[in-house]
Design a protein around this ligand. Structure first.
Ligand code: NAP
Length: 232
């Protein structure tokens, strides 16, 4: 498979490294300097690309997606912090019959953690005497807070347990790859469910699995819908 890697930072490099190890070809890479407002993502620069993998920044991702969709490239993005623009991008994908897969978290462990958290919340729903909260911790350079994963976690917890609001505390410090915890805390005991990422390899592996799957699957997908079925 021939990949374009848009955003050659921590995640872009991790995906590219793993892609080469799996025998794929990095056909093109795009950094901020050569791609202001997505201007580098032309049809000729993307010639022969089977799929694009986009990990940039909240202020850059939307223009990148527009340009990649215009060029007809199946595109995966893991960039977080742009959910307000998602409905417009979904309409664009549908009108252009393109293919987009987006996810705030490409770790399979996180996707299973989210399901376990939903189960936990449904069991605590209606039980008085517990406070519930989310703690998420990431490295100091992460721009958005709360994390996209924490926001998704809160939404599904609220759906399962309407009595709690699940306030989120965000920590940005050091080199933490990503930790998410949901706690039910009562006067006599506490229950905590955590996902702890050990590095970027898990995110890169999931993103590459999704990139390998995406060509031939038009429409809008999430990593969750790819793994477990259902709509994106
Ligand atoms: N979905 C997941 O599983 C997952 C996992 C980890 C991270 N993320 C998210 O992925 C995004 C990237 O994370 P990261 O850790 O890789 O960040 P990063 O190391 O800061 O990398 C982002 C890269 O994008 C570049 N960039 C900025 N604007 C661009 C543009 N218009 N075109 C091309 N490249 C551009 C930046 O260049 P400059 O440095 O020159 O600005 C930087 O190299 C963040 O939103 C993060 O929250 C998602």
């Amino acid at each position: 498979m021939r990949l374009a890697v848009v955003g050659y930072g921590r995640m872009g490099r991790a995906v590219a490294e793993l892609a080469v190890a799996r025998g794929h070809v990095i056909q093109a890479t795009f950094g901020r300097a050569d791609n202001v407002n997505g201007a580098g993502l032309t049809s000729s620069a993307l010639a022969d690309v089977d799929v694009a993998v986009e990990f940039t920044r909240p202020e850059a991702v939307v223009a990148n997606l527009e340009r990649l969709l215009d060029a007809g490239i199946p595109t995966l993005t893991g960039t977080t912090g742009w959910t307000a623009e998602l409905p417009r991008i979904v309409r664009l994908v549908e009108s252009q019959r393109g293919a987009l897969l987006h996810a705030a978290n490409f770790s399979i462990g996180v996707q299973l953690f989210l399901r376990a958290a939903r189960d936990l919340a449904s069991r605590f729903a209606g039980r008085p005497g517990f406070d519930a909260f989310i703690l998420e911790q990431h490295h100091a350079a992460k721009v958005d807070a709360p994390s996209g994963t924490a926001l998704a976690l809160r939404e599904l917890l609220r759906d399962a347990d309407r009595a709690h609001h699940f306030p989120i505390t965000s920590v940005r410090a050091g080199s933490i790859p990503g930790t998410h915890t949901v706690t039910y805390d009562g006067p006599d005991d506490a229950v905590t469910l955590s996902h702890v990422a050990r590095g970027r390899r898990g995110f890169a592996a999931g993103a590459l699995d999704a990139a390998e799957w995406l060509p031939g699957h038009p429409g809008v997908h999430t990593f969750e819908s790819m793994l477990f079925g259902g709509t994106g």
